[in-house]
Design a protein around this ligand. Structure first.
Ligand code: FE2
Length: 350
């Protein structure tokens, strides 16, 4: 209600100032058809600017529409990993991002995720350095009305992005600083944002900051196996992105740590996992091993406290695993995972 009142007053303000606008409602993660339809309508109207006000799906849709208004092909021709993919020249209509959830960090990233869900489906990016929004208005007051379940799923997406970017082999001192700062803010505020602090603007501001940092970290360092599955499982089954990340995070972290320990107890990535465990647990760990164990225990605690649904609830079966693994990429994961390790993660969350 509060959101729609704010939107109505925004449109009134536009009209008082002689600004013509067209409103497109986006209810789900954007498909190529949704983008193409919006673009054909927009080409007739000669838009000066595209503004997206909403969650991750709305950000991605707005970013893709702004990127396609000056092009003459379907968006599908420019999506990464597609056969005969065309190189985008970066020309676009200026884009303003106004997030109303704290999750994807899309307000500062250079990509828009486009989904075609089902057999042979995909969830992949339209990407170009020019697609970083020209303006991002990050106002925690707009996030006060996000439901507890949306806050939990999108918050876990932000956390996953922060931790995966921090653990990426492509991380550097800059992305580490950004990710650690985001993790600290997340750890102070996440549970409160899902519970009694949901109406507290300072709690929402901390989560908004964490999500913003996650976008800055991921665009520079890449992401790990949870987001590898988010793309593959998410292309085959209709599962919201944040929910998918949230349900796979604890098991993926456990498997990553197990594989790293087999390489060596002093592996630098284990030191980083332990650091995340310290931040999330709010107290120093006795050792690297202790920090890693605490991290997994805390993630399991959050998983059971917030009740993230299992993959089986969305129709995923063991018989689907080989098909999933065939299209799962995790080049930026903390450690190389074999097919047995990946199947253990999926199996534990069926
Ligand atoms: Fe994500």
């Amino acid at each position: 209600m509060q959101r729609s009142v704010k939107l109505a007053s925004l449109f009134d303000e536009f009209s008082r100032n002689g600004i013509n606008c067209t409103h497109l409602k986006v209810d789900s993660e954007p498909s190529p058809e949704l983008i193409d339809r919006a673009v054909s309508l927009g080409r007739l109207k000669n838009f000066d600017v595209v503004a997206a006000v909403g969650g991750g799906s709305v950000m991605d849709a707005g970013k893709a529409v702004s990127a396609m208004l000056l092009q003459h092909h379907s968006v599908e021709r420019f999506i990464e990993g597609q056969e005969g993919v065309m190189v985008h020249d970066g020309r676009k209509v200026p884009f303003i991002a106004v997030p109303t959830t704290s999750g994807t960090g899309s307000e500062v990233t250079n990509n828009a995720v486009i989904s075609r869900v089902g057999l042979g489906g995909y969830k992949r990016s339209l990407r170009h350095p020019a697609f970083v929004p020209d303006v991002a208005i990050v106002d925690p007051e707009l996030m006060l009305t996000a439901s507890p379940s949306l806050t939990a799923a999108s918050g876990m997406d932000a956390f996953t992005q922060l931790m995966e970017a921090y653990l990426s082999p492509f991380a550097n001192p800059y992305t580490d600083a950004v990710a650690l700062s985001g993790l600290e803010h997340f750890s102070r505020s996440f549970v409160r944002a899902c519970q009694d602090g949901a109406g507290d603007v300072s709690v929402r501001a901390e989560m908004a900051y964490a999500a913003l940092m996650s976008g800055m970290a991921l665009v520079n360092a890449g992401l790990g196996i949870v987001h590898g599955f988010a793309s593959s499982v998410g292309g085959l089954f209709d599962i919201p992105h944040g929910t998918l990340c949230a349900t796979l995070l604890a098991e993926s972290t456990r498997e990553n740590i197990l594989q790293l320990r087999q390489i060596g107890a002093d592996h630098p990535a284990l030191v980083k996992f332990a650091k995340v465990g310290e931040i999330l647990g709010g107290q120093p760990s006795g050792s690297v091993s202790d920090g890693c164990d605490r991290l997994v225990a805390r993630l399991e605690e959050l998983q059971s406290m917030l009740g993230f649904p299992r993959l089986g609830e969305f129709g995923v079966r063991e018989a689907d695993f080989d098909g999933i693994l065939a299209v799962t990429r995790s080049r930026s994961n903390a450690v190389k995972l074999g097919s047995d390790a990946m199947k253990r993660i999926l199996s534990a969350r069926l």
